[in-house]
Design a protein around this ligand. Structure first.
Ligand code: CTP
Length: 398
């Protein structure tokens, strides 16, 4: 599932290699991609829309207008695509892409692409492929950031042999996955994340704690890892099954242990996110033996725990530092004070009183506050989705 949650648009132009695209679509789906297909109208002579729509699970588009008169929105398609794979890419389509000619839906979508990555797999006869103008067009497309999946040597539909065969579907997919991994936005970045509650011991069998599940912090750590970062997760008691394998784990119990672990890693880190629900106080005296029940009333004397994030903020050099704020009233004013006081690049505020927000849920509802007073409201969503949004904001700061 190496293309999980990726939106892949497959653009088919009219070459005999189009017959291999159903296999390519199956392999994309197997890797977890969401697939949509557009074709030139001629391409449908080589592969049927019914096959393509059945395998992709989506209608196949080729004209600007459907038979029923509705408009196929190429801008929406382009924005939807994380990856636009043109396969097979014929001489004609490559030439139009290189020279700004836009006479079909496939090309209009290509020219509307913004953030998504473009891959193209040329397929044509050998003399067409090695023609000067094809070479120049391919070079022009590569210069714009598109990635060529070069044609291979072998037997061609014309009966001739040479370079011009479309790369095999399995190899196309491997090349795309390798390229995506090499170009992840946080590749080479070291991230340090804290998650979960801290448990402050009273005696060998009792503690003061809170209801934090650590799900939000773990989701952020996972999202950073999926963007190519190496991630160290300093965590209190949490469900470790939620953590992706590949993360470095530093289990701790108390706030003081968390502080020690965070400070040990802080100087090496590029990005630090403090999502843990640190207990603000701890028992002043920790019993060496189990406390016996004798008196009808007892009191526990508590002392303040270190503010881990405040101290990290003071030590901050070039790190991106992000904190959370849990507020049940005056959310924005209180969170802003924390952001400034703790020297943060932004702060994520949540109010556990909101429906579907807070500690034990799989969902949350947050606002992200930036030092320039910009506020990004994130409606109630899965914690994994919120983590993606938070990580996107971090990537934007890089
Ligand atoms: N935090 C921390 N160390 C503490 C307490 C909090 O590092 N001892 C961090 C939290 O992980 C969070 C941010 O500081 O990223 C804000 O935590 P929050 O509990 O909302 O606020 P506090 O600073 O503890 O202030 P208060 O409890 O008074 O609202």
């Amino acid at each position: 599932m190496r293309l999980r949650r990726k939106n892949v648009l497959v653009g088919i132009s009219a070459g005999i290699a189009a017959y291999k695209i159903p296999v390519l679509i199956r392999l994309l789906k197997k890797e977890g991609a969401e697939v949509r297909v557009i074709t030139t109208s001629e391409a449908q002579n080589f592969v049927t829309p019914l096959t393509l729509s059945t395998l992709s699970g989506n209608p196949v588009l080729s004209e600007f207008y459907d038979k029923n008169g509705s408009w196929n929105n190429h801008v929406e398609l382009a924005l939807w695509s994380d990856i636009f794979l043109l396969a097979p890419a014929t001489l004609n389509t490559l030439a139009k892409m290189a020279h700004g000619i836009c006479d079909n839906l496939l090309l209009a979508t290509y020219f509307s692409m913004k953030k998504g990555k473009i891959y193209f797999a040329p397929a044509m006869d050998l003399d067409m492929y090695k023609h000067d103008s094809t070479t120049k067009n391919i070079q022009m497309l590569i210069k714009t950031g598109a990635v060529e999946l070069p044609a291979q040597n072998g037997k061609l539909a014309s009966g001739l042999s040479g370079f011009g065969r479309m790369m095999e579907p399995s190899e196309i997919i491997q090349k795309i996955i390798d390229h995506q991994l090499d170009n992840l936005p946080l590749k080479g970045q070291k991230c340090l994340v804290s998650a979960g509650p801290t448990y402050e011991p009273i005696d060998p069998v009792r503690y003061i704690g809170n209801y934090s599940s650590g799900k939000m912090g773990v989701a952020i750590a996972n999202a950073l890892f999926n963007k190519g970062a190496s991630v160290t997760l300093v965590h209190g008691p949490i469900d470790k099954n939620l953590v992706l394998s590949g993360l470095e784990l530093r289990p701790i119990q108390s706030a003081e242990e968390m502080q020690f672990a965070m400070e040990a890693e802080f100087d090496k880190a590029d990005i630090v996110i403090m999502a843990a629900a640190v207990a603000d106080y701890r028992p002043k005296n920790v019993g060496q033996e189990k406390m016996k029940k004798s008196k009808t009333e007892i009191s526990l004397e508590l002392v303040k725990n270190p503010d881990i994030l405040l101290n990290l903020g003071k030590r901050k050099k070039s790190q991106i530092l992000v904190g959370f704020a849990l507020e049940t009233q005056d959310e924005f004013e209180n969170a802003k004070k924390k952001m400034i006081g703790k020297n943060l690049d932004f702060i994520v505020v949540n109010n556990p009183k909101n429906e579907g927000a807070g500690f034990e849920h799989n969902t949350n509802q947050v606002s992200i506050i930036f030092p320039n007073d910009k506020i990004k409201e994130v409606p109630k969503s899965q914690k994994s989705e919120i983590a993606e949004i938070i990580v996107d904001e971090i990537v934007a700061l890089k």
